[in-house]
Design a protein around this ligand. Structure first.
Ligand code: SAH
Length: 220
């Protein structure tokens, strides 16, 4: 059996997770709920075999269909910005590998997640089942949000959006937060919008990040 076996969580993997958590702390992640979720969710389960040895380095990787699993720091940073409480309803746009989805589940959120790439939307179901989380998943277009389950306490976009979709703003509760990387091209600005009333949102800026683009409509 290879030393790094995909669905096996060894002491070595657990040790590497502790190192990654220390690295995240050193980079400024303070939210203990986020850090303990990183301890609980085995990131190596979400990567193809070729990348197993690097699963706990702070890197992004290909996950198929031309998409990537986000950097651990990015996942931790976005998760912290949500300031989640247990039981919060969270909508994620861009299920991708499912790693961020599982981090949110582990943090006690009720998670809804949309993915526009069929291949990824199918692949992710197996791993999430394996880890015994139960988010609701949809193969669809994140620009539309998920109106039947709205309003949400938080909405987390994990791809670079050329503009802030109106549907996502209006599917937030009053007091709810939308975390979204905004901009076209290689670099986006991380924005957090807080809905302060029916008609007002306050926007905050959290600096440069790099994501794959948010594309329209479902892909086959
Ligand atoms: N949260 C993921 C990040 C994956 S990268 C993870 O932790 O692995 C971003 C994902 O957003 C990709 O899988 C991409 O296919 C998806 N995506 C892009 N545009 C989208 C859209 N309009 N609706 C839903 N998902 C979208």
């Amino acid at each position: 059996m290879p030393y790094f076996c995909r669905m096996q969580d060894s002491y070595k993997h657990k040790g590497l997770r502790k190192q990654l958590i220390q690295e995240l702390r050193d980079k400024g992640i303070k939210n203990e709920q986020v850090l303990s979720a990183f301890d609980a969710v085995p990131r190596h389960f979400f990567l193809d075999l070729a990348f197993l040895e690097q699963a706990y380095s702070n890197m992004a990787f290909q996950i198929g269909a031309g998409q990537t699993i986000s950097h651990p720091f990015t996942v931790a940073f976005q998760s912290s910005l949500l300031e989640l409480k247990k039981g919060d309803k969270v909508l994620e746009i861009g299920t991708g590998s499912g790693f961020q989805t599982c981090i949110l589940c582990e943090m006690g959120a009720k998670v809804f997640s949309i993915e526009r790439q069929k291949e990824l939307a199918v692949k992710v179901k197996h791993i999430i089942k394996e880890l015994k989380y139960s988010p609701r998943l949809m193969y669809g277009d994140g620009y539309k949000g998920w109106p039947v389950f709205a309003p949400f306490d938080s909405i987390l976009v994990t791809c670079g959006a050329p503009f802030i979709p109106e549907a996502l703003k209006t599917q937030l509760k009053i007091g709810g937060k939308l975390v979204i990387p905004l901009g076209e091209g290689r670099v986006q600005r991380m924005k957090r919008l807080v809905r302060v009333s029916e008609t007002e949102w306050v926007e905050e800026d959290y600096g440069d990040f790099s994501f794959v683009p948010m594309l329209k409509d479902r892909a086959k």
